[in-house]
Design a protein around this ligand. Structure first.
Ligand SMILES: O=P(O)(O)OC[C@H]1O[C@H](OP(=O)(O)OP(=O)(O)O)[C@H](O)[C@@H]1O
Ligand SMILES: Nc1ncnc2[nH]cnc12
Length: 172
């Protein structure tokens, strides 16, 4: 099964010039979704980690399934003003705009070593922000794992600059 067939490109979404990869067909196909989680789960085993951080909102889908499959605790990095006790915030730029993520200190135990999970690595801005968020809260980072890397946006380079080890199932 070629998972990339389930991640079609939608041109000019959400802005002109962006080639958006839609995860909906992959989620709608139980075999494709299961295969994606299986592949991510195998890659996750290559990291030493105690907890998973899922990034709102598409990252939640994969982070949740992996936390279950790999029997790890799950914490959520949320968009602004969603968390009742947000204690850390990090703003960042991504392929088509700017955003912020928040984290609660109590989301993880003090000795947590965290694997960051997201669906897509594009510019890398989101994952770098997630790393800074975790570090500002005093947590250790194991690395980052995504389903898809969009190579021409050089996210991997940015992650290397920030000493983030990254693995991905698919690269386009
Ligand atoms: O590598 P980057 O350039 O930072 O881009 C990757 C991020 O962009 C998308 O999230 P988006 O902000 O569109 O939010 P969503 O998950 O709520 O759709 C995607 O889910 C990643 O989190
Ligand atoms: N081109 C893209 N497709 C899907 N998700 C993205 N997140 C950032 N860039 C993206």
């Amino acid at each position: 099964m070629n998972l990339i067939d389930y991640l079609p490109v939608v041109p000019d979404f959400p802005k002109p010039g962006i080639f958006f990869r839609d995860i909906s067909p992959l989620l709608a196909n139980p075999i494709a979704f299961q295969h994606a989680i299986d592949q991510m789960s195998l890659l996750a085993l290559e990291f030493e980690f105690s907890h998973i951080l899922g990034i709102e909102s598409r990252g939640f889908i994969f982070a949740s399934a992996l936390a279950y499959r790999n029997q790890k605790g799950l914490a959520l990095a949320r968009k602004p003003n969603k968390l009742p006790q947000a204690s850390h915030r990090q703003s960042f730029g991504l392929e088509y705009g700017n955003d912020s993520l928040e984290l609660q200190q109590a989301a993880l135990p003090a000795d947590a070593k965290v694997l960051i999970i997201d669906d897509v690595l594009a510019t890398g801005g989101t994952i770098v922000a997630a790393k800074k968020l975790l570090e500002s809260a005093g947590f250790r980072i194991a690395g980052a794992l995504s389903l898809l890397e969009i190579r021409f946006l050089n996210g991997l380079q940015l992650l290397n600059q920030h000493q983030i080890e990254h693995k991905t199932v698919l690269t386009v």
